[in-house]
Design a protein. Structure first.
Length: 295
């Protein structure tokens, strides 16, 4: 089997094995959890693998080529490990997972059997089921450049290269009022025009929802104050006094990139692509169709 070192192979071929499974789950915020189906805890690579979490796994399916390896992890919800609140908040979405077969008598003798990410997670009756996706799952994503008028970059990413930390493009402040976890109100947002944060981001910096973010649907002045509405409710409670960061929004238009962000050199759209009216145009005797500008 691929990746198996001589010591582990010798242990397996000895005919008398002391094997257990271990899983290391690393969330996108850097928090790492360790689980094992052994009756005692194990430790290696700086991770403590707890035995009292109730986690187990179904048979691992592996194959050659580019087909997707997959399995499932089953476990009980526990305040000490995976909690229902964290699952509901999406903190385990796309978390990295590594699975080993380990000689529990000598944890240095082990085999990294699976490496991938968490896919769909389901909660039923105080337990959870997590779909595990192998590294080859990423090859199923459609890739390529989209030729369209709007910009295809995300504000601040490697293609856009705009620094959202510049003065005037982001602000941090405590929430004054919140309703339905999606309407955030402030008496004012000094220095920012209305609609400045539409299509931007609201990032939670403190409180129960710390580390989560939501896309901003609308930024309007209302009743002498300012209301920021997100497309979806935050997936964890946000209360008055929690600190958030608001990032300016971009509508992907050529004019916005030039006038609002002064970032035209990195614009990733194609503003001069002919529209549908040009594609459907036909020759007319009353108006020459020479191929020149239609403006």
């Amino acid at each position: 089997m691929a990746g198996m070192d001589a010591a582990f192979r010798a242990h397996v071929e000895s005919g008398l094995t002391t094997l257990a499974r271990c899983w290391a789950l690393t969330r996108r915020d850097g928090v790492t959890f360790g689980f094992t189906d052994h009756d005692c805890g194990l430790a290696f690579e700086g991770i403590d693998f707890k035995a009292d979490t109730g986690l187990s796994a179904r048979a691992l399916q592996q194959s050659t080529g580019l087909s997707v390896d997959n399995t499932e992890a089953l476990g009980a919800l526990s305040d000490a490990a995976v909690t229902e609140a964290d699952i509901e908040a999406g903190r385990f979405d796309n978390a990295e997972l590594r699975a080993w077969l380990v000689n529990w008598a000598d944890p240095e003798v082990r085999w990294l059997q699976f490496r991938g990410t968490i896919g769909e997670m389901r909660r039923t009756g105080g337990a959870f089921t997590a779909e595990l996706r192998g590294l080859t799952a990423a090859l199923n994503r459609p890739l390529g450049r989209v030729y369209q008028k709007p910009c295809t970059a995300v504000l601040g990413d490697r293609a856009c290269r705009f620094d959202t930390g510049q003065p005037g493009y982001a602000t941090e402040r405590e929430v004054a009022e919140v309703e339905e976890a999606r309407f955030f109100r402030w008496p004012d947002l000094d220095g920012f025009d209305a609609d400045w944060f539409t299509r931007g981001r609201l990032e939670v910096l403190s409180g129960a929802a710390q580390g989560l973010w939501a896309a901003i649907k609308r930024d309007v002045a209302r009743d002498g104050g300012r209301v920021i509405e997100t497309w979806e409710p935050m997936r964890a409670p946000v209360v008055a006094g929690d600190r958030v960061r608001l990032v300016a929004g971009c509508d992907k238009r050529f004019e916005t990139c030039r006038l609002k962000f002064n970032n035209l050199l990195n614009f990733q759209g194609f503003p001069d692509i002919p529209g549908e009216d040009w594609v459907m145009a036909v020759p007319k005797s009353t108006r020459p169709n020479t191929g020149g500008s239609r403006r």
